[in-house]
Design a protein around this ligand. Sequence first.
Ligand code: TYD
Ligand code: MG
Length: 455
Amino acid sequence: MAKAKLQFICQNCGAASPRWQGRCESCGEWNTLVEENAAGGIGGGPARSGRKGRVVPLEPLHGESAEAPRVPTGIAELDRVTGGGFVRGSALLVGGDPGIGKSTLLLQASAALAERGQRVIYISGEEAVAQVRLRAERMGVARAPVALAAETSVEDILTTLEAGPRPALVIVDSVQTLWTEQADSAPGTVTQVRASAQAMIRYAKQSGATVVLVGHVTKDGQIAGPRVVEHMVDAVLYFEGEGGHHFRILRAVKNRFGATDEIGVFEMTGSGLREVPNPSELFLGERNASSPGAAVFAGMEGTRPVLVEIQALVAPSPLGTPRRAVVGWDSGRLAMVIAVLESHCGVRLGPNDVYLAVAGGLKIAEPAADLAVAAALVSSLSGIALPADCVYFGEVSLSGAVRPVVHAAQRLKEAQKLGFARAVLPAASMDKTTNADPGSQGISQLAELVASIAA
Ligand code: TYD
Ligand code: MG
């Protein structure tokens, strides 16, 4: 047998290094390098000669559909994020912090699909069958015809799967508990996780079943992070939530068969996850409209308008270098808005601490939030509360101009639906209807917003 070749593999990003180092050169994480056996690992068998493959034309053959065949779960918030349901023969990774609700979500999806007559197999490597049953009972889905298995060996799993009728959906909870004889390293290492995931993905492609791999995201490098699996699968969904909140947000960060800007919103209840079809109501739920520093942003999450409160606190700083702290938005973007307010609108934020938070644990990536952020900052600094029935959206450029944003009509419609009578928006986003509406104020310079708050 060939002499075992040792390598050090980063458990965070999967990069290999010939010697041990305290810090991974590839991703910069500390203490993530673990010694693993490279030779005899994946593909370590004797070399085989190539076999003739088959090439097919790009255009769909007669009778084949160009549309990916999908299996919708009926859970609208989940189907929205996957792009209309699970794609047959594809592999998904569902990542998230431990305890966030991944197992709960997938058991609910399994039950929903099984109720629709699809064959679903839920393989749990973390919990015993009795524990999964107990959870199903708590969620009121114990009667759904889901097939359960507590298994961690990839070879055993594949044999079991191939023995029965072809399933539509296979859940593997979690990928970190899997191990395969194909790799020599200890279970939980990057080599094992990667080889096991590869085997499950190959099964998905061959059988036409959808395989969902659950992965824990851990800060420390003890368990191989799902990062290494991310580029192997067709879609990566992250399940997120803020500590102390019951909201959970499902977000696609990669999707070969759909958009990545859609979110699904859920609420964790005593009996499983509840869908939140109208997130605006949720994010505005605990609003105290009369306090200065709060502005309602009319945003878009994918194809859906979402209203959310942006809160700012501007307070004199005891420090030489004032603090800037942001939750749910980009800190670079905040610095830019502050700089534009200072240099073009005469607003002096300089010596103050500035705190900015997006309510409800939502993370906003849209530049259209600039105007709402500016309004919240000016309101907090001046101590003047913004009108309770007003929403804000618009992108601010470095010159202090307010630039148009997409979907203005949809944002306004959502605001109207929730009882907002006024809006401050880019003048260039105004159209015939908004021009006729006395509640809509189109502005082309950020200074106009500042003037209207002080007035
Ligand atoms: P879980 O799905 O086990 O998380 P993960 O698989 O991501 O580690 O969810 C665990 C948490 O959810 C746990 O703290 C209990 C809570 N929970 C509820 O509040 N209600 C429920 O109906 C269920 C099943 C769990
Ligand atoms: Mg779990």
